[in-house]
Design a binder for this molecule. Structure first.
Ligand code: SAM
Length: 263
């Protein structure tokens, strides 16, 4: 029975992925944007500062963008010691709750980056305040996070974390360890997060929204099609409040340039 269910899920996932490429909104690549900006900031930062990957957990893919000559040191910061223990991308690891404080000196960090951390924080305001404190005067904050108003986010808030983990292990075994952490989505909408940045003296310099939120339905093809059509509509209307994932680059001084783009 279990193997039949597995086969049925696999078939649906394959079908969904094949159809997905016909939807333009699925081609928006926030990860590339995040990594591109990260690489540019590293190039500009040839000094002895630190880079924080907050919520770095078990891996820091940005480590491959750093070379010895930059003199920059990448520090993975995470609430979970177990996750940090598995991280072989950097030797510098700090166990801390980013909602309560970042244990670094004022102005110590050239970059404060996070990927899919914000939605897990119970107090994003406190985290942004800490980001502003530890960032160097010419530093950059890069945040990629999941939006609050999506079917997936709603499910994540309603289901207990243990249930989510079990469901994910069954349907998406390749996402184990990436999905399934406790979520809060505090200030995880476009407007709320940009408001927080400004509140703490950071200027959004670039931002982008992805409307691709149907991956949760891969395993049920008809549901995937309905969901992808919904995504296509909110993408066409550019309703940022309903975005699936958001990317924001912020600094202290530069003016906002492409804020609001929907790429
Ligand atoms: C979805 S994972 C993302 C991991 C990694 N950044 C990535 O993109 O693959 C979320 C990570 O945030 C960490 N985390 C959750 N709450 C946190 C908090 N309050 N402070 C620091 N890290 C936290 C988790 O332990 C986990 O490693």
């Amino acid at each position: 029975m279990a193997s039949l269910l597995r086969k049925w899920c696999d078939l649906n996932v394959a079908l969904s992925k094949r159809v997905e490429s016909f939807f333009p909104h699925t081609r928006i690549a926030l990860h590339e944007r995040f990594h591109g900006d990260f690489a540019r900031c590293v190039d500009e930062g040839r000094d002895n500062a630190i880079i924080l990957d907050v919520g770095g957990g078990r891996s820091c893919p940005t480590a491959s963008l750093l070379s010895e000559e930059t003199g920059l040191r990448l520090v993975a910061v995470d609430l979970s010691r177990a996750e940090l223990a598995r991280n072989s991308d950097t030797r510098l690891k700090v166990c801390a709750d980013a909602s309560k404080g970042l244990p670094f000196a004022d102005g110590a960090a050239r970059i404060v980056a996070s990927r899919f951390l914000l939605e897990h924080l119970p107090d994003t305001d406190a985290f942004v305040a800490e980001t502003a404190r530890v960032l160097a005067a010419d530093g950059t904050a890069l945040h990629l996070f999941a939006g609050k108003h999506t079917p997936f986010a709603t499910l994540g808030r309603v289901l207990p974390a243990a249930w989510s983990r079990r469901l994910i292990a069954r349907i998406y075994p390749d996402q184990v360890g990436i999905l399934g952490y406790t979520v809060h989505y505090d200030h995880c909408t476009y407007r709320q997060f940009l408001g927080l940045l400004r509140k703490h003296g950071l200027t959004p310099e670039d931002s982008a929204v992805s409307y691709h939120q149907s991956a949760f339905a891969y395993a049920v093809f008809p549901l995937f099609v309905v969901s992808a059509c919904y995504d296509a509509v909110i993408h066409a209307l550019n309703i940022k409040a309903l975005g699936a994932a958001l990317y924001v680059r912020a600094g202290r001084t530069a003016a906002e340039t492409t804020h609001g783009s929907s790429e």
